[in-house]
Design a protein around this ligand. Structure first.
Ligand SMILES: Cc1ncc(COP(=O)(O)O)c(C=O)c1O
Length: 388
């Protein structure tokens, strides 16, 4: 038997090879600094742990409704009300297994085989694979520093074809940490509505913005799909919990998809998440956001000083997408050698698309400041002599 053609089209994550090699080196006794994986190093905050444990002790371990615990959907409504002063009814919220589940539902509910979805390249790689899984064609739109690595209305227009049925943005983006401009999101939303297409905005890093928090895309139109998650800002990656805010018309289809694809998101995680929006928890999250900002503010200038190109300062997330062309012309080989010789693991651009992947690497500043300082001194020694 062979894999399906669909699976053959799905590329592996190169960062997993880096991680495997890093683990092998650690097993040999090497000290490796991990800046490759896109997950915060902080543990899940205590209020969430306590709520989940209490629920499990109470026997709350059965399936929830497919769209999620009604109380959690209400709590997410409260989050939009408190943070964005926006009324999004709980009836428009689906609780999902991570942002990953939300992205699959959004694409699945509105697109058919042969449709095209526009997305930024570089971008989060799973999106193009989600599209392929439902026989939708992902169309990578090359983006660069001139648009802060984000789609603009002009780029969307230029890449539109008669088959385009959706546009997908992530703001802030992975791997660049940059935001799309509010007015661009509004304009792209209008463009999509005019052409009977759908706009999906992935706001998984929206809680981790280091300047003024922009409006959620939900403020621009009630036809936009917004994906969010408890993974990153809430430090709950392994709990597999996220949500999708969708237009009214889509909710019945989303519910049927959820019922059939996974029945419901994990129950203990949903009970834990009920505590995620509490004042006590939000204070913990806020202090961690400030810690991540301090790391960005240390690492970005330090890498620039060494000779990495950082054409745009990231607005959020915990990534720096750095240009290595002063040192090498193959970022894949560069990351491999950096790991072997300096014991620092980072991700090659290859994981994020086909636009100049050989020129870029991604640093995830998911280690404490003293560890980042050690990483910088190792990298400085490693690149000494490689400067052109
Ligand atoms: C932009 C983006 N969207 C979605 C996801 C998936 O996150 P989740 O853990 O919520 O499924 C990630 C994870 O790295 C991401 O970077």
């Amino acid at each position: 038997m062979n894999n399906s053609r669909r699976v053959e089209g799905i590329a592996p994550f190169h960062v997993m090879d880096i991680l495997a090699r890093a683990k092998a080196l650690e097993a040999q006794g090497r000290d490796i600094i991990h800046l490759e994986i896109g997950e915060p190093d902080f543990p899940t905050p205590q209020p969430v742990l306590d709520a989940a444990i209490a629920a499990m002790k109470n026997g709350d371990v059965h399936y929830t409704p497919a769209l999620g615990l009604p109380e959690l959907r209400e709590a997410i409504t409260g989050f939009y009300r408190d943070r964005y002063k926006l009324a999004i009814p709980a009836s428009r919220i689906a609780v999902t297994p991570g942002a990953s589940g939300a992205l699959m539902l959004a694409l699945g509910v509105a697109l058919d085989a042969g449709d095209e979805v526009l997305m930024a390249d570089p971008g989060y790689p799973c999106n193009r694979h989600f599209a392929r899984f439902i026989d939708v064609l992902p169309v990578g739109v090359p983006v660069g520093p001139d648009t802060s690595f984000q789609l603009t209305p002009g780029l969307v227009e230029r890449h539109w074809t008669p088959k385009t049925r959706a546009v997908l943005l992530a703001s802030p983006s992975n791997p660049t940490g940059t935001l799309a401009r509010d007015e661009d999101i509004r304009e792209i939303a209008r463009l999509c509505e005019d052409r009977n297409a759908l706009l999906i905005v992935d706001e998984i890093y929206h809680g981790l913005i280091y300047g003024a928090t922009p409006q959620t895309a939900l403020a621009h139109s009630d036809q936009i799909f917004v994906v969010n998650s408890f993974s990153k800002y809430f430090h709950m990656t392994g709990w597999r919990l996220g949500w999708l805010a969708a237009p009214d018309w889509a909710m019945n289809g989303i519910e049927r998809l959820a019922q059939n694809l996974y029945l419901a998101a994990p129950t203990p995680a949903q009970f834990g998440a009920l505590a995620a929006f509490s004042k006590e928890n939000m204070e913990i999250l806020e202090s961690r956001r400030l810690e991540l900002m301090a790391r960005r503010d240390y690492l970005a200038p330090a890498l620039r000083e060494i000779g990495f190109g950082l054409p745009v300062m990231p607005d959020g997330a915990f990534y720096l997408y750095a240009d290595i062309s002063r040192f090498a012309d193959d970022s894949f080989a560069f990351t491999a050698r950096l790991l072997e010789e300096a014991g620092v693991a980072i991700t090659p651009g290859l994981d994020f698309g086909v636009v100049l992947p050989e020129r870029y690497v991604r640093f995830a500043y998911t280690r404490p400041l003293p560890v980042l300082e050690e990483a910088v001194s190792r990298i400085r020694r490693f690149v000494a002599g490689r400067l052109e």
